[in-house]
Design a protein around this ligand. Structure first.
Ligand SMILES: O=C(O)c1cc(C(=O)O)c2c(n1)C(=O)C(=O)c1cc(C(=O)O)[nH]c1-2
Ligand SMILES: [Ca+2]
Length: 562
């Protein structure tokens, strides 16, 4: 059974992985070092497990491991329990999804949460489902939001002090983003916090729903007219938790619609990081990376807590690498901007950041207003960099406690983007924009970067032909692992970037690797199965990599017994 303490200590208790991010802060760093720069060359796969069937779509899951069982999600809201030693299936759960689900970006899922004897995950029809960890039978099920309005859940839920906290997807359909907390054991709702200014939050006291303050104070401050009522800001990547400040950090996606001329103002709390009190759902502070977003630069990217020394003083910081191409280091106690810097080679939509971390816009890079065009149907097109799929998208970076560096999976691409008129209609796409993503070079799009959060300097890079779309793992073995769409699990020297290992898993990797120890041996697992947003939305990039094959399997590796 998984306890709150297990989750809080997940990073140091190497025999299991019971949180998404290998620890609540999401550092994706393991103190294990048996697999290291000297030994990794001998690492071998020990088993592979197929998710089977016709459902081979994008596999973005991070597996969890507890007491010799691996819990992993697969496309179409499926969960598998697998024996960590043999790869034998123990049980499988298939959510019966209705025909009308509307995920924007493939039928993916990013993983489960574990609590007590439960395996909890979110579905593409926007439900939370808790399964019995032993049998896979449903223990409780809750509807978080109405999928017919365009809501879905793709993120892994998180557990904080017995509560399961989830976000929602649907920013491309004009939903209203929110974070919600449920009692992990019973599924009873505890609080609901909308992430668009003007919407009421709620808390449930003794089963009674009580108003808990309007997000942002009141409607209409940073949105014109009624646009806040369908304002997007989906919390589609879930969050991280920092026990030091008792804050849940959740990012929010694009404001809806994409056509920014329809919504003059900053459009809070879209494209922001929010620090939320896990006990009440109150927003303690917010930091908006792209105010008045006009490029779909969703700011959902994970905010990772870390400490560093500045002239003998410990700084309680947190870092995030945004879809908009800038990386930010914030003071995690209050959200103050410490520093920011580009982590991609080219950014055209902004000239830089001001002293508060607000972008200095290149106004000619904002796609034009269709109302100002001759026929009112299409605004002027611009070539903006990064593309809307981001300098970095959902795929989580890692922080090494040994090197003090962040390992950022990033992509170099641009887009032609223009605006079109649109109006909100329940359950229909609400973009008001057209776009084509284009590569910037012939030989690479993906770049894994080692970034120094104190200086903003890139320490090393690895360039990949295809866009990188999977998460990163850093270990005390001086190794950094990432999977590629070409199918490789690759291991790098954390200090130099030298490739130390590679193995082709047979389909593109868009999942996040984990490591754990069992009977004194170190294991590494990663899910393989190409998909996600790139083949669907990638324009000319999608064409360039259309030869990549789909799949759906887990691969597990270890060193030979000497
Ligand atoms: O605004 C949203 O609600 C929303 C949700 C999701 C999602 O749930 O995966 C993505 C996006 N936006 C998005 O903009 C995006 O680029 C994206 C990529 C992916 C993916 O898993 O490959 N999901 C999403
Ligand atoms: Ca989005």
């Amino acid at each position: 059974n998984v306890t709150d303490k297990d989750i809080l200590q997940d990073q140091s208790t190497v025999e299991d992985v019971v949180s998404n991010g290998l620890g609540p802060r999401g550092q994706r760093y393991s103190p294990l070092d048996k697999i290291n720069t000297n030994t990794v060359k001998d690492m071998r796969p020990v088993w592979s497990f197929s998710f089977g069937g016709e459902k081979q779509r994008g596999q973005e899951s991070q597996p969890m491991v507890k007491d010799g069982v691996m819990y992993v999600t697969a496309s179409y809201s499926r969960v598998f329990a697998v024996d960590t030693k043999t790869g034998d299936e123990l049980w499988q759960y298939d959510a019966r999804l209705p025909d009308g689900i509307m995920p924007c970006c493939d039928v993916i899922n990013r993983g489960v949460a574990l609590y007590d004897d439960l395996v909890i995950f979110g579905t593409l029809d926007a439900k939370l489902v808790a399964l019995d960890a032993k049998t896979g039978k449903v223990k409780w099920k809750k509807t978080v939001a109405d999928y017919k309005e365009g809501y879905s859940i793709t993120a892994a839920p998180m557990i904080v002090n017995g509560k399961v906290i989830t976000g929602v997807s649907g920013g491309e359909f004009g939903i209203v983003g929110k974070a919600e907390a449920y009692d992990a054991k019973t599924g009873k709702i505890l609080w609901s916090r909308p992430t668009v200014e003007g919407h009421m939050g709620y808390i449930w006291k003794d089963g009674k729903k009580v108003e808990n303050g309007i997000s942002g104070g009141k409607p209409g401050q940073t949105w014109p007219g009624d646009l806040w009522k369908s304002g997007g800001a989906a919390t589609w990547l879930g969050g991280t938790y920092d026990p030091d400040t008792n804050s849940v950090f959740i990012g929010t996606g694009n404001p809806a619609p994409w056509n920014s001329h329809m919504r003059p103002g900053d459009n809070l709390f879209s494209s922001s990081r929010l620090a939320i009190d896990p006990d009440t759902g109150k927003i303690k502070w917010h930091f908006q990376t792209t105010p008045h977003d006009g490029w779909d630069y969703d700011g959902v990217n994970e905010l990772i807590s870390f400490d560093y020394k500045d002239g003998g003083k410990t700084v309680k910081a947190a870092a995030t690498a945004d879809r908009n191409g800038f990386m930010y280091v914030l003071n995690r106690t209050n959200g103050d901007f410490i520093r920011g810097f580009p982590f991609v080679d080219e950014i055209t939509w902004a000239k830089g950041l001001d002293k508060n971390g607000r972008p200095i816009y290149n106004e000619e890079m904002r796609p034009g207003n269709p109302s100002a065009s001759e026929d009112g149907k299409k605004g002027s097109s611009v070539h903006a960099v990064p593309a809307f799929l981001g300098g970095k998208n959902w795929m989580p970076m890692a922080f090494s406690q040994d090197t003090g560096l962040f390992y950022v999976p990033s992509n170099e691409w641009g887009m032609d983007i223009w605006n079109e008129p649109t109006a909100y209609k329940k359950g229909a796409a609400y973009l008001g924009a057209g776009f084509t993503i284009k590569p910037l070079t012939d030989d690479h799009i993906g770049v894994l970067r080692a970034m120094d959060p104190k200086t903003g300097k890139e320490v090393w890079r690895y360039q990949n032909f295809s866009p990188l779309w999977g998460g990163v793992l850093a270990t005390a073995g001086n190794l950094v692992f990432i999977g590629t769409p070409e199918g490789y699990l690759k291991g790098f020297d954390a200090k130099t970037g030298e490739v130390k290992y590679q193995f082709n898993t047979g389909s593109g990797i868009v999942g996040s690797p984990i490591t754990w120890e069992q009977d004194g041996e170190q294991f590494i697992s990663v899910v393989s199965g190409w998909g996600g947003a790139v083949p669907l939305w990638g324009g000319e990039v999608a064409k360039r990599i259309k030869h990549l094959n789909q799949g759906g399997s887990i691969w597990t590796f270890k060193l030979p017994k000497s």
